[in-house]
Design a binder for this molecule. Structure first.
Ligand code: COA
Length: 339
């Protein structure tokens, strides 16, 4: 069958991140997709195994029609690594009027044990470009049966929140399983570990004059010093850095472990300040590590930081002086689940 493989509803057809790409779903991938769906039937809304005839008919009668439509109800992609299809997914149940869609994703079953995290994370980055930048949706969501414990931390990291829990939607081995809806709105905050390629961005932020003035050591930083410091932090098992993003990177937060307590340092891109991002970053990190004890050192003049730590129930542990700088040392014990 000769399938036209560009979507009329998209200007950009291919979405790439390093060796991975999303391309309009390919006819040649249909049996692989069928196989993966049949292997993973336990988490899909599919009540029996697909046959070759059914899969051919689905591609011929349903999928082939999506490409020509101005507003199809689904936009599906093959996810490739190089030229090999390793997964497939897309936007489904697209509501063009209310500007939202569900996202679906199924990867090659044999990659689930080793590559689950990487492939889901890359896929989410790419499909969000389609959803938010290309067809300008406001909201995307996933619907999953609560049988996928590895999936939820990935969704939280990508900025999704649990929106709804539908009790007992299926029975599995005589156990009642809930359905979970996770949702992300355009512009919601997400985070990922800092990568080596972030070295320049972190230099730009660290050398911003207001960041320097609010640091305990406010001396200028050279590029050479920064690179040395950055590599040391990246290799330090007691240090973790997170990059926070909306559509673009907006801030960075570092945790340094000292005697089983975690010292927080953070900054927000100058252009993004005053929008609640600093506060959200601190909330995220407290929720991610609820059992940690957090510490923070704040200069007297740093009104925004004092406000953020006090709002998040840090308490003043002590006040100290370094040179002529007065520093408030904050501490937060275990998170009780409330703000
Ligand atoms: C400190 C910093 C991270 C705050 O981030 P932010 O995203 O601008 O802060 P938010 O928008 O979340 O503001 C949180 C609260 O602080 C208040 N605030 C923020 N900046 C303020 C300022 N300069 N003066 C007074 N209050 C301020 C906000 O009004 C808000 O209070 P509210 O919730 O009562 O309205 C950011 O200014 C920054 O990157 N500064 C340079 C680096 C730095 O100081 N890092 C912290 C070292 S401890």
């Amino acid at each position: 069958m000769n399938m036209e493989i560009t979507y009329k509803c998209l200007n950009k057809q291919i979405y790439t991140d390093a060796e991975f790409s999303l391309v309009p779903i390919r006819w040649e991938d249909r049996y692989k997709i069928m196989q993966w769906r049949n292997e993973q039937i336990f988490h899909l809304r599919q009540n029996k195994k697909l046959t070759v005839e059914e899969q051919d008919a689905y591609f011929e009668n349903v999928i082939s029609n999506l490409f020509e439509q101005e507003q199809p109800d689904q936009i599906l992609f093959s996810m490739l690594q190089g030229e090999t299809c390793i997964a497939y997914g897309g936007l489904v149940h697209i509501d063009w009027k209310d500007k939202n869609a569900e996202i679906s994703f199924v990867m090659n079953t044999s990659l689930e044990s080793e590559k689950f995290n990487t492939l889901w994370s890359v896929y989410l980055e790419l499909i969000e470009k389609v959803a938010f930048s290309e067809i300008r949706l406001n909201k995307i969501f996933t619907y999953s049966y609560e049988v996928r414990p590895k999936l939820y931390p990935i969704l939280y990291q990508a900025g999704f929140i649990e929106k709804e829990r539908v009790l007992g939607v299926i029975k599995l081995n005589n156990k009642s399983i809930d359905g979970l809806i996770h949702m992300k709105r355009k512009g919601d905050l997400s985070y990922r570990p800092v990568e080596y390629s972030d070295v320049q961005l972190l230099f730009d932020w660290a050398t911003d004059s207001s960041t320097r003035n609010n640091s305990i050591n406010s001396k200028e930083i050279t590029w050479g010093e920064h690179v040395k410091w950055f590599n040391k932090k990246m290799n330090d098992s007691k240090s973790t850095m997170f990059l926070f993003k909306k559509e673009k990177p907006v801030g960075v937060l570092r945790l340094d472990e000292v005697n089983s307590q975690f010292q927080i340092s953070f900054s927000v891109d100058r252009k993004q300040r005053g929008k609640g991002i600093g506060n959200q970053m601190i909330r995220f990190i407290i929720k991610k590590f609820p059992e940690n004890v957090f510490l923070a050192k704040v200069l007297e003049s740093n009104r925004g930081s004092h406000r953020i730590f006090l709002k998040n129930k840090f308490i003043v542990d002590s006040v100290s002086k370094i040179g002529n700088k007065i520093i408030t040392n904050y501490i937060k014990e275990e998170f009780d689940g409330n703000y």
